[in-house]
Design a protein around this ligand. Sequence first.
Ligand code: HEM
Ligand SMILES: CC(C)=CCC/C(C)=C/CC/C(C)=C/COP(=O)(O)OP(=O)(O)O
Length: 299
Amino acid sequence: MTTAAPLLPPADWRDFLALTKPRVMTLVVFTGLCGMLAAPVAVDPVLGFTAILCIALGAGAAGALNQWYEADLDAVMKRTAARPLPAGRMERQSALHFGVGLGAFSVILMGLAVNLAAAAILAVSILFYVLIYTVWLKRRTPQNIVIGGAAGAFPPLIGWAAATGEVALLPLLLFALVFLWTPPHFWALALFVKTDYANAGVPMLPVVAGERVTRRQIGLYTIPMALVAVAPWPLGLAGPSYGVVATAMTAVFALLAALVAAGRTSAGKPMRHEKQLFGFSILYLFVVFGALVVDRWVA
Ligand code: HEM
Ligand SMILES: CC(C)=CCC/C(C)=C/CC/C(C)=C/COP(=O)(O)OP(=O)(O)O
């Protein structure tokens, strides 16, 4: 006779919150909000709030499904071992039900309360992150984050579509900015947590191709990223206040990326520039996206 594994007690709300990767999602939601506020229309506040809520819930659902699928990987990486599933604080089924329910709710609410264009792009981004990145590419190729990372670039398009019902050149540039920003953002981190990924058998670029190639790739992606970041200004899609902030922030980003690409080290501080580039990459998107909204509404 077989005995069923004992069921865990119901998980705490904090564990469900942790499934949504709330810290990463703040920036995802912020880029969505800025995409919405950069649109040349005044959005009804209730509708706008609902759209941003749907992006937050959809992104949270994607995070939960990611953790449901890769609990085995998370268990072997130091950075992720304390998450609710690998730490044994939650049944896998609960994470699956939570993710599917929340994801469906976010897309349906967006479709009913906001518009179909925003709901469709939200659905695509959730499916992209879960199926294309997490299930298909992450364990197969070091290009995982380049292709799969597109999922994280959709929110500005969703925000814009929520406001206008369509897409346009400016939100497409914002998509391209986050898309090209993701490799330097992630590979800078991957350089200093390489052993974690190597132990887990995840083929991240520094593990598979080595540090030199990764550094060069960071430098290479930074060039088109810089052009796309500044482009809204000369194209007349944003004014000089955006142009100045975006140029200054991009110059700092490019300098740090160049130091990383050149493999510059400072005595006694291993991976100093890599850590600086990773940290700055987060501030960078907050400031550049924020500057676009300030430029539209205040400047
Ligand atoms: C496939 C693409 C990406 C990968 C693999 C990736 C990976 C990571 C990892 C491993 C961390 C550090 C640890 C953590 O807190 O979990 C991190 C931090 C972060 N990422 Fe990304 N990231 C990606 C794309 C993005 C995107 C698109 C955004 C937002 C637009 C973003 C925003 C952030 C933020 C805000 C943090 C800091 C979180 C904190 O303070 O703990 N990331 N990222
Ligand atoms: C609107 C919507 C659905 C947006 C999707 C949000 C999204 C794709 C964010 C990407 C950022 C992210 C959490 C990467 C983590 O990669 P990982 O899963 O490899 O990190 P881990 O090792 O921390 O699990």
